[in-house]
Design a protein around this ligand. Sequence first.
Ligand code: FMN
Length: 372
Amino acid sequence: MPKLFEPTEINGMALKNRFVRSATWEGMASDDGDCTPRLVETIARLAEGGVGLIITGHAYVNKQGQAGQWQLGIYEDSLIPGLREMTDAVHQRGSRIIAQLAHSGLFADPSLTGYPPLAPSAISGITQHSVQEMTISDIRNVVESFGLAAQRAQKSGFDGVQLHVAHGYLLSQFLSPFFNKRSDRYGGNIENRAIIHLEILDAVRSYVGKDYPVLIKMNTKDFIEGGLELEDAVKAGKLLAQNRLDAIELSGGTGLSGKLNPIRTGIRKQADEAYFEDAAVLFKEHINIPIILVGGIRSFEVARRIVNSGIADYISMSRPFIREPDLVNRWKSGDRSKSACHSDSRCFVPTRTGKGIYCVMEERERKKDGTI
Ligand SMILES: Cc1cc2nc3c(=O)[nH]c(=O)nc-3n(C[C@H](O)[C@H](O)[C@H](O)COP(=O)(O)O)c2cc1C
């Protein structure tokens, strides 16, 4: 059996294969961030399709951290029953699910949150909103919000949590010298820029205990001038790994990185796939906890090579599962042709406009065929 289909475990969380659905904002939660039956159904299909570990879309840990409409929330206890529906549906189908905990910082949308966006530093001109530099008390509140959100995740039946430290959102902003210009202990060298993450890990552990899987998704590089570079990213990853972190998912880029954003388009040949592979090699050299690789992986051969050669321990994908929720089962059954995803990111359009996520290309193809 290919190593990709071997069972493994991450801090006691038993996984039936090495495939992960990377966090994906589906645009299907209610206006208050409550989990809806439609979202449960979408997640259940992924579990039915054989994905070993599903990561929810980024869920805001407090109201001020909300990035977008119809985003999942995990900011108060009243959301637990809806989230429980989601975790039950996944467990009944034999998969695992963890909650991605997020705060969007500078990219929060004040028209939704009712607050000005908070960020490590009040840098202007990035969005049209004026940004507030976080005070020490704001930092404490955010740390506590992550801890409480992790506790809610545990109470909702999630198998673990993942802290969103990627793509230019709040915890990625702290790691990045482009966003973080602070002169106090939370700014300066990478050890300082990673203090908030260590504090959040401590807070999360104090609520969920040491036996609960806690993961992060982080940038290997921001791909913006003056942003986080690979060497510092590895240092931060190492620091966190030494502080009771259970696995790291590697991504990169921000919304300001042009073509080198986290969700790259135009992946046509195998050489375009796995666009953070080189970074994973360096992380593996220095870091001793499981590495999950995301970004443009489309073919079974590439996934197999990455895992067999030890570049990463898990293969994570987002867009391929929008197109084919049953991709893992298809590959397992012996049909190993590459994902049908066109990597055009058109799936953002229905997500952003309230229709909920689906593959736009597939819909077009089916209309042409007359199947719909
Ligand atoms: C519609 C959409 C929503 C996304 N939402 C999130 C998210 O909530 N959190 C996150 O960490 N990444 C998010 N991503 C990024 C993906 O998890 C992944 O890192 C990226 O799409 C590259 O992987 P892929 O080539 O397999 O799609 C999103 C991507 C898409 C297409």
